[in-house]
Each structure stands twice: as structure tokens, then as C-alpha cells.
Design a protein around this ligand. Structure first.
Ligand SMILES: [Zn+2]
Length: 422
């Protein structure tokens, strides 16, 4: 027997759980990022949500700015006596993934999840085959969608945590903190957020993003990443006289793809294995283009993948006797672990914040990137803390309330630990 969510139960919970209330306000804004947009931020909803947050925090007397790109930055001076503590930056992002609809989100609450699956309002079922992490959330109260949109826990759960933190700092003098910079970034889901941030102006010793998933997870490593655009110039000639003259760009591109290691694809790799991923192909006899991602946890590994692509291109060119294949490879981001390994105190503080709030730390290697990968490389070392959101980027996205509150507790504890220099 599947459980169903109740809108009324969620409304009632908003009356007693401020964090949930803030979260529900945030998801009423459609902030879906749009890769095809030429504006910054890519959608006006992000500007609207940023303006709402800026107004709300300004009303609490914070020095809060929304810049022309839509990024909201809050500078929080230290509590008295903690002015010399390390400067901490806390980041979350306003936008949601374009992979699913983010407008008119109708959330509901499933109380005391029993583990048999959840029937969403439109009849779809979210169960452990779709969302394996649900298995460890029996007994939790879980916020779900109606099955037609994503939920927006990625990353409005992180945004809610930071807004509540700023509320509580005003109300509760025992929440001591050093100098804080809180950043609500834009267009993270389309890979642009860090390009809209100025790390030198953030001016902090280190940061954490609150943009992870299941409770207890601490993301400490990401891929090194490069993108390749490989173009093929064929020799088009009438088929009647093509013998030994035509070079079909589609054929050369196909050979190129077949020369990539067949077992080093996303669908054939896991854990700490890297891959080559062809995600785009277009072509005709005259020209063809292959777009691909190269991913590896080590810099040497990524270099080897880059060299492999270039050597296949060279080999084909040698064989054809002209420059048919041209590979352009662009670095995308680097593994944050390479930066964090020299700043061990950061992960120590994070681990302590988890254990002090009663959580076992699960350190994760992310098979992707986070804002923290780019920020770490730009000089702001930045691991990633969980928000509690599960199964993000789709209609089965859900958020256990207990995990969301655990995320808040960890961030609060981290702020105190950094202030006290423990
Ligand atoms: Zn996110």
C-alpha cells in the first residue's frame, strides 16, 4: 500500500518548523535555469527570488546586495570578540535544474515514511527502485512533489538553511560567528555560477557550499573535467566518381568514436573510474562534429585522456594524409581534493561539525563537479555539505524534513566551530 502526501500536513508543519516554512516560500518561485538564454541570470525568476531574499534580509538589518547578475551577497560582521576568526563563506544557488519543470510546484508531506513507496498526486510512484536512498529514511517525514514538477530542494533547501541561519544569528546571541559572507548564486545548474562570482571580493579563508544530497554526506572530491569538440573535414565529391577520392566525414567521425576505449564510458564505469562521454554528434559528408566530456579524478588521468583523443586524431590524419580531424580541448574544472589536501583543517572542521551534531560523516567522491570545484581552484577551498534532498532534477525529487534540519544543525555548528577556531 503506497503512502500519499498531504498538502494540509505540509501547511501545518510550516506553522511549527520555520526551516520548512522558508523552504516552501522559496519553491513558490520558478527559478529554472535556461541554457539557451542570453541574459544574466538566464531567467527572470532568479532575479525575483534574489530580490525577495535581499529585501527579507535587509529588513533584518543585514548588509545585503543583489548585483547586476542577480547574485545576492550578505556580509555579516563577526560577533563581538570573534573579529579575528577565520572568514567563512557559505554558498547555495537560487536556480533549479532545467531537466524538469520548476513552475507551480505543489508540494505535499508524507508523514512517517514506511518504506513501501510514495504515490504522488498524479499517480506516479516514488519508491526505492527509483530513489534507492529512500531506504534509509523510514520513519522520516518527507516533502514530495505532485509528480508534475521537480521539488527544488536542489538547491532551495540550501538557500533555506542559510536564510534561517541569518534569522537565528539576529535572534540568538549564543550563535557566535566570525566574519561571514553568504552568497546566493545564479545559474549553477547550467555551469555558469562561478563565472558570475568574484572570489577576490568574497575575500574569505574558505567556503562551503550547501548543495549536496543525502544526510551525512560530505563531498570532498570531484572529477577533473575537460570538454572536447572534435571536428572532421571530409572531401565531398559526387558518388559516381568517388572511388578513392571521397572522404566521408561521418565515416571518419564514426571511426574516431569506435577507437575510444569501449569500457570507459559513463554507463560502464563507477566509483573512482574516469570516462570519455560522447554527448553530441552531427555531420554530413563534408563535415562532422563530435562533442565529448573527459572526466578523471587524477590530473594525470585527465591528461592521459586528453592525449588519447589527440593521438587518435593524429593517427587518422596520418592515415588520410591531410588534417581531417581537429580536436579542441578545453579545461572545465579541477578536483577540489587537490586543493583541500593542503588545507586539512577545513575538512577537520566539517567532520567535527557533523559528529558534534550526532551524524556519522560519509565522505564522498562526486562523479561530477560542484561550484566548490571551481571555487577551490579559484582560491576559495570549498567542500560541499548535504541539504537532505534526494533524487534531484526530476519529478521524484524529495526532501526528508529530518535531513533538512540536520543540514541546518551542521551549518550552525560549523559556523560556531570556525568562530572559536576549534
Ligand atoms: Zn545544486
Amino acid at each position: 500500500m503506497y503512502q500519499k502526501g498531504s498538502v494540509k500536513d505540509l501547511e501545518n508543519l510550516c506553522g511549527i518548523d520555520q526551516l520548512v516554512k522558508i523552504f516552501c516560500e522559496l519553491i513558490s518561485y520558478d527559478t529554472t535555469a535556461d541554457e539557451l538564454s542570453s541574459t544574466v541570470p538566464s531567467t527572470v525568476g532568479q532575479l525575483r527570488l534574489g530580490a525577495f531574499i535581499a529585501a527579507r534580509l535587509s529588513a533584518l538589518d543585514y548588509d545585503c546586495r543583489q548585483d547586476d547578475k542577480g547574485v545576492v551577497t550578505v556580509k555579516v560582521p563577526a560577533s563581538e570578540g570573534y573579529e579575528n576568526s577565520r572568514k567563512l563563506c557559505l554558498l547555495s544557488h537560487l536556480d533549479t535544474s532545467p531537466d524538469a519543470d520548476g513552475a507551480n510546484i505543489k508540494a505535499a508531506l508524507v508523514r512517517n515514511y514506511r518504506g513501501e513507496g510514495i504515490e504522488l498526486e498524479n499517480g506516479q510512484v516514488t519508491d526505492e527502485s527509483i530513489c534507492p536512498s529512500l531506504a534509509s529514511h523510514k520513519g522520516d517525514d518527507i516533502i514530495v512533489t505532485d509528480g508534475t514538477t521537480l521539488l527544488g530542494a536542489d538547491d532551495k533547501a540550501g538557500v533555506a538553511v542559510l536564510i534561517k541561519l541569518l534569522h537565528d544569528i539576529r535572534l540568538n546571541p549564543s550563535l557566535v560567528h566570525g566574519p561571514l559572507t553568504v552568497v546566493f548564486s545564479v545559474d549553477e545548474e547550467i555551469g555558469l555560477s562561478v563565472s558570475h562570482l568574484d572570489v577576490s571580493r568574497i575575500d574569505c579563508d574558505f567556503g562551503v557550499t550547501i548543495d549536496g544530497t543525502d544526510v551525512g554526506e560530505l563531498d570532498v572530491a570531484t572529477f577533473n573535467a575537460a570538454g572536447a569538440v572534435v571536428s572532421f573535414t571530409g572531401r565531398s565529391i559526387h558518388t559516381a566518381v568517388a572511388y578513392k577520392k571521397m572522404v566521408n566525414a561521418i565515416g571518419v567521425a564514426t571511426r574516431f568514436m569506435n577507437m575510444l576505449p569501449p569500457l570507459e564510458k559513463p554507463e560502464a564505469t563507477l566509483d573512482k573510474e574516469g570516462f570519455y562521454h560522447v554527448y553530441g554528434f552531427e555531420g554530413n559528408v563534408g563535415e562532422a562534429t563530435v562533442r565529448m566530456l573527459l572526466r578523471d579524478f587524477t590530473t594525470e588521468g585527465l591528461k592521459a585522456r586528453t592525449d588519447k583523443v589527440l593521438s587518435i586524431a593524429r593517427m587518422l590524419n596520418d592515415e588520410l594524409g591531410y588534417d581531417c580531424v581537429c580536436a579542441q580541448i578545453r579545461h572545465q574544472y579541477s578536483n577540489m581534493a587537490d586543493v583541500l589536501k593542503d588545507r586539512d583543517e577545513i575538512l577537520k572542521l566539517c567532520r567535527k561539525a557533523y559528529t558534534n551534531t550526532g551524524l556519522a560523516v560519509k565522505e564522498c567522491w562526486i562523479r561530477g563537479g560542484t561550484d566548490g570545484s571551481n571555487l577551490s581552484c579559484a582560491g576559495l577551498p570549498c567542500p560541499n555539505i548535504f541539504t537532505g534532498g534526494l533524487c534531484c532534477h526530476g519529478v521524484h525529487e524529495c526532501l526528508p524534513v529530518q535531513s533538512l534540519n540536520a543540514s541546518y544543525n551542521v551549518v550552525c555548528e560549523l559556523v560556531k566551530l570556525v568562530a572559536k577556531g576549534i
